[in-house]
Design a protein around this ligand. Structure first.
Ligand SMILES: Cc1cc2nc3c(=O)[nH]c(=O)nc-3n(C[C@H](O)[C@H](O)[C@H](O)COP(=O)(O)OP(=O)(O)OC[C@H]3O[C@@H](n4cnc5c(N)ncnc54)[C@H](O)[C@@H]3O)c2cc1C
Length: 525
């Protein structure tokens, strides 16, 4: 079987990136253009052209063709980051609803059919749920920067969007604390500043948002770090994986050559649980696989050599040589050959009610979850869908806008709660090293998912963002906890029965402490 040279997602050639931008008004490095020609007032301002800001500006411009939108982005070059490389199926659905369904074209993206999970020498497969027509849902993985450039190109193709390369330095507020717009500074000369006003300013400046503290001054906790590497390889030598494996136990034999894609299930996410923390592997293209090794705890070793040794140890434990000979040696080569390790902190920031008139926080500027489950852009894109639906209905009065905001917060809540809580709860279980209760819960979770499709169907729906039901999440989480209790009670090596009853009760308590506080924090706004 010959290997296709292109990805099946690469078919559309008419995305705006392929031609000149017809409409864009792009203000950047020339100080005169900046201070004299940039209009002082717009209908909407969007701060940040990351995935969420760009999608929001695009949809606002489509829905309101007579209104003017300004996007302020500090750097319009292709971002080079180790974040946001896998879109869950619900995120793809949201992009369709936003008119951006073809955004994955031309960027070498690959389809994702589900997750392969390995723990203690055993493996299981969690496929994405089926659509009502019987076909499976599909996610997509890609280079983050390329996706962002496609989203930005979509914005540049609309006549009522103005793109500005500048840093937003301050929100302009009136005496009643309402936001009236933003003060922007030229990228290369921060002394050249200009005030731009708008009816609504959308703050989409991401996880390190400098404006989040206006809305939510609470300090942010670091849960862990992801250290990222790239594994280069040849595409798989069989076409099976281009349509997705047929069943939960369908595994690929070892790759035929050392250079071939070494993943046990190409075109799927991989979570290996035996490392220092969970190790994630997913393809960014047919020829590159992202490796993300989680290092639990708020800090990393300050010494680069120690950090490299820690990541190496984690990868070696996660893909042991006797089980994954080719993958093991490729991972070791990747970590030894990497010039530098790129690491990024993982945080949990529950959403806060948007109560500041004239401004709305959205995307990572509002709400952040652990990246383990790859749900950030999915939640952000659905936030854009719900918000634009509400804005389309309001009549431009301040009262209507605050009603629309309140309704939006209600609409977004259940999906955000499920995806965000799942991410932090799973990370707590998967990264636990010392706590016997957590280790038991992790084993119970793995055993639960191994029981077959009834047990994986809903969890896979939570992961993919397709089943936004908090009650179902609680049901499955406590089913796992009860399985852990049964395992503890049945373990005759764990002491006498009263002792086992006591520790089973403690495991149940630990399980409740893992999930309920996070759920509560997400429910509050
Ligand atoms: C390690 C890691 C892996 C992840 N993996 C995934 C994944 O696989 N799938 C997934 O869905 N999510 C993932 N996420 C989460 C995802 O990256 C975020 O949810 C997503 O990038 C949020 O998009 P955003 O537009 O809100 O913010 P960002 O992507 O951070 O974009 C913010 C934009 O604002 C600009 N900006 C910032 N400050 C200013 C300013 N003052 N003035 C002007 N412009 C400004 C920035 O230049 C940037 O372009 C991951 C996160 C991490 C940490």
């Amino acid at each position: 079987m010959t290997v296709p040279e292109y990805s099946p997602l690469d078919e559309n050639e008419d995305w705006p990136t392929h031609g000149e931008y017809e409409y864009t008004r792009f203000y950047h490095t020339k100080a005169r253009e900046f201070s004299e020609h940039l209009p002082p007032s717009f209908d909407y301002i969007v701060i940040g052209a990351g995935p969420i800001g760009a999608a929001l500006a695009f949809k606002l411009a489509l829905d309101h063709p007579t209104q003017q939108i300004l996007i302020v982005e500090q750097n319009w070059d292709e971002p080079d980051r180790i974040v946001g490389e896998l879109m869950q199926p619900a995120g793809c659905q949201a992009l369709e609803l936003l008119g951006l369904g073809r955004v994955f074209s031309g960027i070498g993206a690959v389809p994702v059919h589900g997750y392969y999970i390995a723990y203690g020498g055993k493996q299981l497969y969690v496929p994405y749920p089926l659509k009502p027509n019987g076909k499976p849902f599909r996610g997509v993985s890609f280079h983050h920067g390329r996706l962002v450039m496609n989203l930005r190109a979509a914005c540049k193709s609309l006549s009522n969007i103005t793109c500005l390369e500048a840093s937003a330095v301050e929100l302009i507020r009136d005496s009643g604390e309402s936001v009236r717009g933003v003060c922007v500074a030229m990228r290369d000369n921060q002394k050249v500043q200009k005030k731009v006003t708008a009816r609504v300013t959308f703050v989409c400046d991401g996880i390190s948002s400098q404006f989040r503290k206006v809305l939510n001054p609470e300090p942010v906790d670091l849960i862990s770090h992801f250290c990222g590497l790239v594994l280069e390889h040849e595409p798989v030598a069989t076409a099976d994986y281009f349509t997705g494996p047929a069943g939960a136990t369908h595994l690929r034999a070892d790759p035929l050559t050392q250079k071939e894609n070494p993943l046990p299930m190409p075109h799927n996410g991989h979570v290996l649980l035996d490392g220092v923390g969970p190790v994630l592997l997913y393809q960014m293209s047919e020829r590159e696989t992202r490796i993300l090794a989680d290092i639990p705890g708020p800090s990393l070793p300050s010494d680069g050599t120690q950090l490299r040794a820690l990541v190496r140890d984690s990868l070696a434990r996660a893909a042991p040589k006797h089980l994954y000979p080719v993958l093991h040696s490729r991972l070791m080569d990747a970590v030894d050959g990497a010039q530098r390790l790129r690491c990024i902190g993982s945080k949990f920031i529950p959403a806060t009610a948007n109560r500041i008139p004239g401004a709305l926080w959205i995307g990572d500027a509002l709400n952040v979850r652990h990246p383990l489950t790859g749900g950030g852009m999915t939640i952000g894109m659905w936030d854009v869908v719900h918000l634009c639906q509400q804005i389309a209905k309001e009549d431009r009065s301040p009262r209507a806008l605050s009603r629309a905001t309140a309704q939006w917060q209600w609409d977004r809540r259940s999906r955000a709660l499920v995806v965000n809580t799942l991410s932090v709860a799973l990370h707590a279980l998967f990264a636990a090293a010392d706590s016997p209760d957590m280790c038991l819960l992790r084993e119970a979770c793995f055993n639960y998912l191994s029981r077959g499709s009834f047990y994986t169907m809903h969890p896979s729906g939570f992961l993919s963002g397709l089943f936004p039901s908090p009650l179902l999440l609680l049901f499955h989480f406590f089913s796992v906890a009860l399985l852990a209790v049964a395992m503890r009670l049945g373990d005759t090596n764990a002491g006498f029965l009263p002792m086992r009853c006591f520790s089973a009760g403690r495991t149940l308590w630990v399980a409740a402490c893992v999930i309920l506080p996070f759920m509560w924090r997400e429910l509050r706004p």
